[in-house]
Design a protein around this ligand. Structure first.
Ligand code: SF4
Length: 287
C-alpha cells in the first residue's frame, strides 16, 4: 500500500501520531512518505495539532484520507498507539519524544486534556521513549500527579539522561521530596511550570522556594502564563520578572468556543515573549 502523510502544522515539531503511523505501515510492508501533491496514494493521513493552523487547501489524490488530531477536534486514541514512533520521518530531530503518563487529575476549564485523555494513568517507561537517545521531550500533562510518573522521574535522575517536560509541571504538587528529586534531574534547558491564574501564584512561589533550597536557580525556571485578562496576566509576569524567572505568555483560545485572542492579548504576549523588551520596560510604559 502506498501511504502518504501530511503534517498540517508544519515540520518544526515532530508529530508523534504521524511517526507512529509511519512505523505501523512500514511494519506491514507499506511504503510511507510525505505527501507529494502530484502523486496518488492508497491512503493519506492528515494530522493537525493546533486549532489555529489553517487546513490544507491543495487537492489530495488518495483513495482514502483520514484526518486526526486536536486541531480537528478529534480526540480519539490512535489505533496504533502501542507502536513506537519512526523518527526517520523527521531526520533533523535529535531528541526522543513521548509521554510517560497520559491524562490529568485536574479539570481546568480552559483545557482539553481531561476531555481528551481522562484521569491520569501510567503510559510508558522512559527507556521505551528514549529508544537509545540521551535526551527526551516529554509531553506529559501532569507527571507529578502519578505514582508511575514519580518512579519514572527517579529513573530519569539515575539514567542521567536530559529531559524537558514541555507542558509544564504542576507546582501545587511540589513537596519537599519532589523538589529534591527535581533538583537531581538534568534538564535540557528549563524546568517548566504554569501560572495560569492569580490563585496559582502562591503555590508556584512555594515550589520555587523549595527548589531554591535544593540548588535550582531561578533562571532555569520557565513559567507558562495564560493571558485572558491582560492586567491580571501582567501582575503575574511582574512577580516572575522580579524573581528572575522566565515567563512565557500564551493567549487564551477556547477549544470548543473557538475564541480568538484579542488584539490586546496578542500585543501583551508579544511584549512578554520578546525578552529584551520585557526586561527593559514595564507593560504600562511599553503600551
Ligand atoms: S493541570 Fe494542566 S493538563 Fe491538567 S487540566 Fe489543568 S491545564 Fe489541563
Amino acid at each position: 500500500m502506498k501511504t502518504g502523510l501530511i503534517d498540517v502544522d508544519g515540520h518544526n515539531f515532530p508529530n508523534l501520531a504521524l511517526m507512529k503511523l509511519a512505523a505501523y505501515h512500514r511494519q506491514n510492508g507499506d511504503t510511507v512518505e510525505w505527501v507529494n501533491h502530484l502523486e496518488r496514494y492508497d491512503k493519506v493521513y492528515q494530522s493537525k495539532v493546533f486549532t489555529f493552523t489553517p487546513d490544507v487547501s491543495t487537492v489530495i489524490q488518495a483513495d482514502e484520507t483520514v484526518k486526526g488530531g486536536t486541531g480537528y477536534k478529534m480526540y480519539g486514541e490512535l489505533f496504533c498507539d502501542d507502536v513506537e514512533p519512526d523518527y526517520s520521518m523527521y531526520p533533523k530531530v535529535e531528541h526522543a519524544y513521548g509521554f510517560l503518563t497520559r491524562g490529568c487529575v485536574r479539570h481546568c476549564p480552559w483545557c482539553i486534556v481531561p476531555k481528551k485523555e481522562g484521569g491520569i494513568r501510567a503510559y510508558r517507561d522512559v527507556e521505551t521513549v528514549l529508544q537509545g537517545r540521551k535526551t527526551a521531550i516529554l509531553m506529559d500533562n501532569n507527571v507529578l500527579a502519578s505514582e508511575h510518573g514519580l518512579q519514572q522521574l527517579e529513573k530519569i535522575a539515575d539514567l542521567k539522561c536530559k529531559v524537558d517536560f514541555n507542558q509544564g509541571l504542576d507546582s501545587r504538587l511540589v513537596t519537599d521530596d519532589i523538589a529534591q528529586l527535581l533538583s537531581k534531574i538534568r534538564w535540557i534547558r528549563f524546568l517548566r511550570f504554569s501560572c495560569d491564574t492569580t490563585p496559582a501564584v502562591e503555590p508556584l512561589l512555594k515550589a520555587i522556594e523549595k527548589l531554591n533550597r535544593y540548588g535550582v536557580k531561578n533562571y532555569r525556571i520557565f513559567v507558562y502564563v495564560l493571558v485572558k485578562d491582560v492586567t491580571d496576566a501582567n501582575e503575574r509576569c511582574r512577580i516572575l520578572k522580579k524573581l528572575g524567572v522566565n515567563p512565557f505568555a500564551q493567549t487564551y483560545r477556547g477549544y470548543e468556543s473557538n475564541t480568538q485572542p484579542t488584539r490586546e492579548q496578542k500585543h501583551f504576549a508579544w511584549y512578554v515573549n520578546q525578552k529584551a523588551v520585557f526586561k527593559a520596560t514595564e507593560w504600562e510604559n511599553y503600551r
